[in-house]
Design a protein around this ligand. Structure first.
Ligand SMILES: C[S@@+](CC[C@H](N)C(=O)[O-])C[C@H]1O[C@@H](n2cnc3c(N)ncnc32)[C@H](O)[C@@H]1O
Length: 342
């Protein structure tokens, strides 16, 4: 036995297995409202909870048992209460949901996706609606504070916004709530996201000022409503623009399609550099492996900084957030011919 392999293992095989089961349970417990109830009330009566939510009692008890196996909850005969890991799991619950529900099929097909010959055409599938649901929350705790700082510092009151890869549509809706005279458009390649965003606009009574359209950012149409857009945003999908030349071409096309854009706030994860395998924080491993499986390059901050000018944009400000996966917001201004400032 290699000397490095001697000593006490950090994890037992059983804890690895049970953690995998518990990750599914965390995702489900968030969706059925159990995590929120535990956060608010500090205790759940399991039978009462299952009855009230019309859930199968044995499966519900099993879900809580899986959470108890990793000390997210502690169980008594009839109730559960927060365990040692509860508050951190509660804070990062959307990462679990992104992984277990949004990317279930992707990871389930890992062995097939490893085979080079099978990586052609539409070779993988993910749950766009679940990813949008998780991302709405990831935005809240990762990006929002820096996003609003950037919006506050724009130096102009935006009148028309466009969000590229809008997912749930929440960013457009937030920006319209903030400026009651502004209009907004969200673009997304997934029809399920567009439908959900339209429904969310109606729920917020913003349907008269917000529109959501199915569109691919690689081949953006020319639309009359793009002409007035002065603020562009794009969150958690910038990496989809890569590899490098494709990213540069798309940045140029975006500038062309939105000729009056004064600022482009581009927020995304960036690839980790030099992290030891046993020091990876929550999310990094799942995020980076998922994108390797999909064949999507995740750029580093330095990679990003190498494309802006060629893409027709000047980096005005960089907000390093770094909650889990090197989240960064780049504030960009268009480079106008004959002037370096806008
Ligand atoms: C991780 S989600 C982020 C959603 C949203 N921006 C947010 O911050 O919550 C990425 C979104 O980009 C969309 N997307 C991916 N590639 C796209 C493309 N080529 N054109 C338009 N949308 C795209 C996906 O459908 C998905 O809704």
């Amino acid at each position: 036995v290699d000397a490095d392999l001697c000593g006490t293992p950090q994890l037992t095989t059983a804890s690895i297995f049970n953690s995998a089961v518990a990750a599914w349970a965390i995702s489900a417990a968030w969706e059925v409202g159990a995590l929120d109830e535990l956060e608010q009330h500090g205790r759940i009566d399991v039978a009462e909870f299952a009855d009230r939510k019309q859930l199968d009692p044995p499966s519900t008890a099993g879900m809580f048992r899986a959470l108890a196996a990793v000390d997210v909850v502690r169980r008594s005969a009839t109730t559960v209460a927060p365990g040692w890991n509860f508050s951190e799991v509660f804070r990062t619950r959307s990462f679990f949901h992104w992984l277990m529900k949004g990317n279930a099929e992707l990871f389930g097909e890992m062995s097939a996706l490893l085979e080079s010959a099978r990586r052609t055409g539409d070779f993988y599938s993910r749950d766009s609606a679940a990813i949008a649901y998780a991302c709405r929350e990831i935005n809240r705790f990762c990006y929002d504070a820096s996003f609003w700082k950037a919006v506050d510092g724009l130096g102009f009151g935006y009148g028309s916004v466009a969000d590229l890869g809008c997912g749930s549509g929440e960013r457009v809706l937030q920006l319209l709530r903030w400026r009651p005279d502004a209009r907004g458009i969200g673009l997304d390649i997934a029809q399920t996201c567009v439908d959900e965003a339209i429904a969310a606009a109606h729920r917020s009574s913003l349907q008269d000022r917000a529109s959501f359209v199915k569109a691919n950012v690689f081949s953006l149409p020319r639309r009359p409503e793009f002409a007035d857009v002065d603020l562009l945003t794009c969150f958690m999908m910038g990496h989809d623009l890569w590899p490098k030349q494709q990213c540069i071409d798309t940045l140029q096309q975006i500038r062309d399609r939105f000729p009056r854009a004064r600022r482009f706030l581009l927020g995304d994860a960036t690839r980790s550099v030099g992290l030891a395998d046993d020091k990876l924080p929550t999310f990094t491993l799942g995020f980076e492996l998922a994108h390797d499986l999909m064949g999507t390059f995740i750029p580093t901050v330095t990679d990003w900084e190498s494309v802006f000018e060629a893409g027709g944009w000047r980096l005005v400000e960089k907000y390093a957030i770094d909650v889990a996966v090197g989240e960064t917001i780049f504030e960009l201004a268009p480079i106008r011919t004959g002037s370096s400032r806008c």
